[in-house]
Design a protein around this ligand. Structure first.
Ligand code: PBG
Ligand code: ZN
Length: 336
């Protein structure tokens, strides 16, 4: 026998456990798998611009495009075919001003996009991002007075944006501004305006993150001065995220987003344990760009890395994932 006495003793010991038994074949591995990715887990972000026949690739987000409203029908059919249940809409207006007036215009870019999507497919879940930064000439998420965002003056603006999205037919409104009191202000305005059944999906734990860089290029929403640290959360803080989420739930949020996702899996995990509401991870632009950049260089296996990354978000506790990889991931899962 090659096996020495010591080894035989080892394998007979009650301490010796063969966990590999449950990894011997694809069928067994599948049988004991705790978490799975499905195309129905994904929400796909769309950047809608003015103009006709526009399909402009975003340089820092290869494979993602700014689309004009007339392109949305084809997009919706593709998503339907892949089994992706919803979109998150961002509008990029041609004209920006200090008041973000394009954001609540009934004929604004997002409002037209919502109507076009609903005309093509009333069942596709249409979620709208509620914030001012894509519509303000200074690129800040609210009303700026003397060089600083005025929280309380921003609340009616956000409420007005949310109501105009609901009027256009949005299924869910998703405030991403991180002003204090905005969920309460939006809930009250929706209720008063005849939309008591429109859910609010709050970016409750949203960090001031360098991972948003490519998005700000895509949405042309980088602040022209200063940064977003006076309202978005400090990446050093975890307990504070639970406080933010608790506050938004008290104010009337129906669903919660943690953002970014990859560097914040601990926050997702803690939020899952602490709250029994639907939890969404936002796999943000910088996370997508990192994978794409490495893939273009042939340094990583894009399919493997992407699916592993998205799965980690579900394992951490996310029910759903907003991701720019939605279409590719759904196709990979479908062919697996
Ligand atoms: C707007 C908004 C941002 C993102 C979503 N909504 C940018 C920001 O807060 O500066 C980032 C999304 C991404 O990076 O993919 N407030
Ligand atoms: Zn903003």
């Amino acid at each position: 026998m090659i096996i020495g006495n010591t080894t035989v003793e080892t394998i007979r010991s009650p301490r010796f456990q063969r966990t590999r038994r449950l990894r011997t074949s694809p069928a067994i591995r599948d049988f004991v798998r705790e978490n799975r990715l499905l195309p129905s887990d994904f929400i796909y972000p769309l950047f809608v611009v003015e103009g006709q026949s526009v399909r402009r690739e975003i340089p820092s987000m290869p494979g993602q495009h700014q689309l004009s409203v007339d392109q949305l029908g084809a997009e919706v059919r593709e998503l339907k075919g892949l089994g992706i249940p919803g979109v998150l809409l961002f509008g990029i207006p041609d004209v920006k001003d200090a008041e973000a007036s394009g954001a609540w215009n009934p004929d604004g870019i997002v409002q037209r996009a919502v109507r076009e999507i609903k005309r093509n497919d009333p069942d596709l879940l249409t979620i709208t991002d509620v914030c001012a930064c894509e519509y303000t000439d200074h690129g800040h998420c609210g009303v700026v007075i003397n060089g600083a965002i005025d929280n309380d003056l921003t609340l009616p603006l956000l409420a007005g944006i949310a109501v105009s999205h609901a009027e256009a037919g949005a299924d869910i409104v998703a405030p991403s501004d991180m002003m204090d009191g905005r969920v309460a202000a939006i809930r009250e305005a929706l209720d008063r305006s005849g939309y008591p059944m429109t859910p609010i999906m709050s970016y409750a734990a949203k960090y001031a993150s360098a991972y948003y860089g490519p998005f700000r290029e895509a949405a042309q929403s980088a602040p022209s001065f200063g940064d977003r640290r006076s309202h978005q959360m400090d990446p050093a803080n975890a307990r504070e995220a639970l406080r933010e989420i608790a506050i938004d739930l008290v104010e009337g949020a129906d669903l919660i987003i943690v953002k970014p996702a990859l560097s914040y899996l601990d926050i997702l995990h803690a939020a899952r344990a602490a709250f029994d509401v639907p939890l969404t991870a936002y796999n943000v632009s910088g996370e997508y760009a990192m994978i794409k950049a490495a893939a273009v260089n042939g340094w990583i296996d894009e399919q493997g890395l992407t699916l592993e990354t998205l799965l980690s978000m579900k394992r951490a506790g996310a029910d759903r994932i907003i991701t720019y990889h939605a279409k590719e991931a759904a196709a990979w899962l479908g062919s697996a």
